[in-house]
Unconditional design. Structure first.
Length: 73
């Protein structure tokens, strides 16, 4: 089978891309592909990183509740 990405293969693929999509749409497609890959990398980064440790709670008692009646507004 040899190398699949020989220079002639790449040239044929580029010519087909120009014919199918046109020169005006290729930059838009490239931009969309780049943004998609960037989002994919960010998603993988969030999965592979360990979660942040929970905030350490201090052993302070809650504030005392007032026994005064609550007046409606």
């Amino acid at each position: 089978m040899g190398d699949l990405l020989q220079p002639w293969h790449i040239i044929v693929l580029v010519v087909l891309a120009f014919v199918l999509f046109g020169a005006k749409r290729l930059p838009e497609l490239g931009k969309g592909l780049g943004e998609g890959l960037k989002g994919f990398k960010e998603g993988l980064k969030g999965i592979s990183d360990p979660p942040p440790p929970p905030a350490q709670q201090q052993n302070t008692p809650p504030p005392p509740a007032s026994n005064a009646p609550v007046e409606p507004k």
